[in-house]
Structures are given as C-alpha cells and as structure tokens.
Ligand binder design. Sequence first.
Ligand code: HEC
Ligand code: HEC
Length: 245
Amino acid sequence: MSLLRQVALGVAGLVVLGLSGCANPPGKPGPGPEVVNPDSIADFAVLYKANCAGCHGFDGKGGAAIALGDPVYLAVADDAVLRRVATEGVPGTSMPAFAKSKGGMLTEKQVEIIAHGIREKWAKPDVLRGADPPPYAATTAGNSSRGADVYTIFCASCHGIAGKGGKASSIVNGSFLALMSDQELRTIVIVGRPELGAPDWRGNVPGKSMSAQDVSDVVAWLASQRAQFPGEPYPQTDKSTGGTR
Ligand code: HEC
Ligand code: HEC
C-alpha cells in the first residue's frame, strides 16, 4: 500500500467514526428538558428550598437557625444584609457562603432572587406599628459590665442567674457561644425567636423596651463569656483543681 493510500484510508476512517457513533452513542439520551443547568434556576421557592430551608426552616421558620420569615426580623434587617450574608456567609459559623465568587454554588442573580423572595413572601410592612427597634448593626461599643446589669433586668427571668439556664436554655455555654457571631446574638436580642417563645426587644419585661445601648451592652456581656477553648470538657484557669491556664 502506498503511503498516500494509507493516509487516505485513515482519513476516511476518521470521517466514518465522526459521522456515526461518536456524536450520539447508542443508549445515551440526547439533551432533553430534564437536563437543567443549575445556574438557570430562577424560581425563589426552588432556590430557597434547596439552599436555605435545611437550616432556616421550610416556611422561613422552625429551623435550627434564625427564622428568616419572621416579619419583625425583616423589618430590622434590610436587603443589603440578606444579600451580603447569603453571598459571603458568616465565617466561623455554619452559615455558608453561597455566591460563586465566594466559593459557593449560586450566581449573583440567584442570591438576589432569594433575598428579594424572602422579603416579598414574608415581610409585613406595618408589623412594627410605629415601634422604633434598635438598629440592626451596633452603632456604639457595648459595655460588658453594664451589660451584666442589663442581663439581670431583661434576661435572667428566663435564662437564669448569669445566663446558665432556667426556663430557657443556657446562653453562656461555651459551645453555644462558639457557634454564634456577635451579630447573631444581637439580632436575636432585637427580634427574638418568636417561633421558640423568645421575646423581641420589647417583650422581655412588660412595658419596658430595651434601648439600643442596652442591646449593645448585653451582647458585649455575652461575648465576654466566650470560652477561650470551646468544647474542652475540663475547666480552664481553675486554681482549685490545679489547672495551669
Ligand atoms: C448549614 C446551615 C445554614 C444554611 C444552609 C443557611 N444558613 Fe443562613 N445562617 C445559618 C446560621 C448558623 C446563621 C447565624 C450565623 C451567625 O452566627 O452569624 C445564619 C445566618 C443567616 C443570616 C443572618 C441573620 C442575621 O442575624 O441577620 C441570613 C440573612 C441568612 N443566614 C440567610 C441564609 C440564606 C438566604 C440561605 C440560603 C441561600 C441560608 N442562610 C442558608 C445557617 C445556615
Ligand atoms: C420570656 C422569657 C425570655 C426572656 C426574658 C429572654 N429570653 Fe432568650 N430565649 C427564650 C426562649 C424560650 C428561647 C428559645 C429556646 C431556648 O433557647 O431555650 C430563647 C433563646 C435565646 C437565644 C438563642 C438560643 C438559641 O438556641 O438559638 C439567645 C441568644 C437569647 N435567648 C438571649 C436572650 C437575652 C440576651 C435576653 C435578655 C435581653 C433574653 N434572651 C431574654 C426566652 C427568653
């Protein structure tokens, strides 16, 4: 066989291969409507259920994490908060970053659809009826020693002396505090967890709302209870047991 013939046969073979099996191998379904590009999902209900419901609850409440469907929460936290936290997550907690730009799975547009959808579905514009809540983000530094007094006035009736638990659970437990950012503590003090019976800033003591400074101070006090080595089963800096830290 001449070299030319060999090359010609080879080319013919490649053409035959190309025209037959390879484009559509037997048994392999062609592209159909069931193949959805995850980036093209634009339905709020689908996106929320797949990404948020597991922690924040199917109906925006009833999950382990704060109820995003609580209208009081939505009156205190604006769209920028929803968008930013969903985009970046909260480092050091179990709140993941969802935006692709931060290593997540959602496009910027999908984050926007979720943030917008949460508000559209669950916000109630007149829920505060003129009440003026403390600002979402702290504007003044908290004073933890004043915060101890604020705690006694507003919180001890349910969370017990020094936060160690009573009618409601301990909020100074080292592992608990290690899982929550200061902002999350602040958010919960302001909006409560209504689905669990935790009051908002107006409801701890009948007729006595917490001021913005009260909120900052009690959060500073809670933050001062953080354990240096959360999760360790033995006490720290306890001279009576010969501890060395
Ligand atoms: C694996 C559990 C988990 C998933 C999934 C999750 N979250 Fe969170 N989320 C958390 C936790 C825990 C926090 C509190 C973090 C902290 O301590 O600041 C949080 C906090 C938030 C906050 C801030 C609350 C505040 O204090 O203002 C927003 C907003 C939020 N999540 C939105 C979302 C959205 C939107 C989704 C879905 C795209 C989502 N989360 C999915 C666990 C989760
Ligand atoms: C009327 C009772 C009551 C008062 C007063 C109260 N809480 Fe709570 N709180 C609860 C209940 C109930 C829960 C949810 C269930 C639990 O953690 O036991 C809760 C939950 C919390 C949580 C979240 C715990 C979690 O598991 O996510 C924090 C943080 C918290 N409260 C802080 C405070 C602070 C700070 C104050 C005072 C400013 C306060 N609470 C006042 C009843 C109360």
